[in-house]
Design a protein around this ligand. Structure first.
Ligand code: PMV
Length: 322
């Protein structure tokens, strides 16, 4: 078949539980936000890879001249073209994203994953889930040094993902609750907060381990909550996790204020998500009305944007695994 415009799609993700602790071998749970999509249309131009262009995510121009934050997209196009057997193909890549970059929502892995799928589709080259994961990781390595793989998996999943020791497992439990996501408007630096936690750990391993161990235990307890459909319990653990993360020094005033506002407005629980010190807060709501009340409170507390994630159809707690 002749090359044609290929299409790729991925989604945003949040870390529900376990950020930072996952770096120390504890489990984490990430949730794909299937309503917030990243798409890529990839058109082979007949030119060379040098001439490839990108439009979207705030940039229009030659891919090779794009700012550093697009390095993972350039690398995604390169590794996927090579995989497809067209290493020097010129491409026009057009992306569209429903969510902002640099907020812990997985934008860079989502963009890389969408572009990789678009390239493979353009050349009609099939790939397994594992092959696409490996290509995405190659692209992410440019952006993040040593990515855990959590983002690469979660941005192409449709049920929550459990992640430990570099190994993802699908939880196969839908979350029977509403989640409100609120953007602080501040870019978070995951590298900075991961480095901060590392220096605390090095300075006082015993005290820091107590906190990390509890964060890890919370993730384990939440797996049971999800299985049992106990969202009230999960909410309590969410707020506890926020306070533990704040104690590690990865929260900030605005994130704390948003968590307090969400809980004050009836959230079952709330916490920062991802690296922290900027980025987003998530709050758990029992129903849609409550989710919208929490959303309003979060805006009053300084959120620049909010999204409401509805429970996904599928296997709900109590019905067993798919
Ligand atoms: O900011 P995000 O969503 O990329 O999440 C970072 C999660 C950390 O646990 C803080 C770091 C990591 O590599 O797992």
């Amino acid at each position: 078949m002749e090359p044609h415009t290929g299409y790729g799609q991925t989604v945003a993700k949040i870390i529900l539980f376990g950020e930072h602790a996952v770096v120390y071998g504890h489990p984490a749970i990430a949730l794909p936000l299937t309503s917030l999509r990243m798409t890529a249309d990839v058109t082979p131009t007949g030119g060379t890879a040098q001439e490839s262009t990108l439009s979207g995510l705030g940039w229009t121009g030659r891919l090779q001249a794009a700012p550093a934050r697009f390095a993972s997209i350039a690398r995604a196009a390169e590794v996927a073209s090579a995989f497809a057997g067209h290493p020097d193909a010129g491409l026009h890549i057009a992306t569209h994203s429903d969510f902002p970059p640099e907020r812990g929502l997985g934008s860079s892995a989502a963009a890389a994953g969408a572009v990789i799928r678009g390239v493979l589709d353009a050349f009609d080259v099939p790939a397994t889930r594992q092959e696409i994961f490996e290509l995405t990781q190659q692209a992410e390595t440019v952006a993040h040094g040593r990515p855990s793989g959590l983002d690469a998996v979660a941005t192409s999943a449709d049920t929550p993902v459990h992640f430990q020791g570099g190994q993802p497992t699908d939880l196969d439990y839908a979350l029977d609750a509403w989640i409100v996501i609120a953007d602080s408007g501040e870019e978070g630096s995951t590298l900075e907060t991961v480095t901060h936690v590392r220096s605390r750990y090095d300075a006082d391993p015993a005290a820091t381990s107590v906190v990390l161990d509890r964060l890890g235990a919370i993730t384990g307890e939440v797996v049971d909550d999800m299985r049992a459909g106990d969202i009230a319990d999960m909410g309590d653990r969410m707020t506890e996790a926020h306070h533990l993360l704040a104690g590690l020094g990865v929260s900030d005033e605005r994130l704390d204020a948003m968590v307090t506002a969400a809980v004050g407005a009836g959230a079952l629980g709330a916490k920062l998500t991802g690296g922290g010190r900027g980025g987003c807060v998530i709050a758990l709501a029992a129903d849609e009305d409550s989710a919208h009340r929490i959303e309003e409170a979060l805006v009053l507390a300084g959120a620049r944007a909010t999204w409401v994630h509805a429970p996904q159809p599928g296997t709900f707690a109590g019905e067993g695994a798919r």
